[in-house]
Design a protein around this ligand. Structure first.
Ligand SMILES: NC(=O)c1ccc[n+]([C@@H]2O[C@H](COP(=O)([O-])OP(=O)(O)OC[C@H]3O[C@@H](n4cnc5c(N)ncnc54)[C@H](O)[C@@H]3O)[C@@H](O)[C@H]2O)c1
Length: 269
């Protein structure tokens, strides 16, 4: 189904690694709604990923950029404006990685080099991306910037490790930068707090299989899939949500406001 919601709109999509990625599904959905975009990912992800397939499928160009590298981001933004033929209307930040999680370091035994690197990639990069766009004056008025987050920023999920702290920072950046981007350029900035989703990043979290099933049973509407997330993101990129900004929007089938569900109670009876 297509409503042409993004016809004539241009943007950048970060983080499509493979067909399970939230960014991959979003790119396909944005394409079907008439949006044009540049795809980007870290140079190392280019080698392992299948991003070229997605680029062919959506008629997009790929520009590698490490989201922690200032030069890469400046090049990405200026080239995207050139390639797409004008300023941007939407940007998706769909980037996350914890080295502590990867290396199996417990939260009470963090290696701080790992913590700093993970924070740089997962949290500070959102500020970097926005600062680069802001300084280059690369966003059109009433443009929309979205980043992906998780509820561990508000409530403790022990195995989410230092990503919880990174997400809390990311959400705060959305509010703080959202203020200036709104005031100065009429651009909105929001985070989507997504259900657990079976992707490379998601499945890397310890106990993920048990947790995703638990979340499914706890959510009145069931978990939101990557495809659902793509739909929601399209709505936030469209002109139908112009006054939504500086928000952390839960997209989780109702999980975040459910104390307990009948299915979970029954497990203990
Ligand atoms: N999967 C889940 O359960 C879940 C839930 C809530 C939020 N999220 C968030 O959604 C976003 C997308 O993750 P996903 O689940 O689609 O997994 P994914 O592994 O498909 O995507 C993560 C992306 O981050 C990219 N990345 C890592 N380091 C980078 C760097 N230095 N520069 C640029 N890109 C870099 C990876 O190459 C990859 O494309 C992340 O922010 C993640 O935390 C995921």
């Amino acid at each position: 189904m297509s409503y042409d919601l993004l016809k004539g709109k241009r943007g950048i999509i970060f983080g499509a690694l493979d067909e399970n990625s939230i960014a991959w599904k979003t790119a396909e959905r944005v394409h079907s709604e008439g949006g044009t975009f540049v795809l980007t990912n870290a140079p190392v992800a280019m080698r392992m990923g299948q991003i070229k397939t997605l680029a062919e499928q959506t008629g997009s160009e790929v520009i590698p950029a490490d989201a922690t590298n200032q030069e890469d981001l400046e090049n990405l933004v200026s080239r995207s404006v050139e390639i797409l033929g004008g300023k941007l209307d939407f940007v998706l930040h769909s980037i996350g990685m914890s080295i502590n999680v990867r290396k199996g370091r417990h939260y009470t035994d963090e290696k701080y080099d790992f913590t700093a690197k993970g924070w740089d990639i997962s949290a500070l990069s959102f500020h970097r991306v926005m600062q680069t766009l802001y300084k280059a004056d690369a966003m059109n008025e009433w443009g929309s910037i979205v980043a992906l987050t998780y509820m561990a920023a508000q409530r403790t999920f022990p195995d989410y490790n230092d990503m919880a702290d990174n997400k809390a920072y990311l959400e705060s950046v959305a509010r703080s930068f959202g203020y200036f981007f709104g005031k100065e350029k009429k651009v909105r900035v929001n985070t989507i707090s997504q259900s657990p989703t079976a992707t490379t990043a998601g499945s890397g979290v310890k106990g993920f299989d048990g947790f995703i099933s638990y979340a499914e049973k706890m959510s009145p509407l069931g978990n939101a899939s990557a495809q659902d997330c793509a739909d929601f993101t399209v709505s936030l990129f469209s002109d139908l949500t112009r006054k939504v900004t500086m928000q952390n929007l839960f997209h989780d089938g109702g999980f975040s406001n459910t104390g307990v569900s009948q299915e979970v109670i029954e497990k203990f009876e």
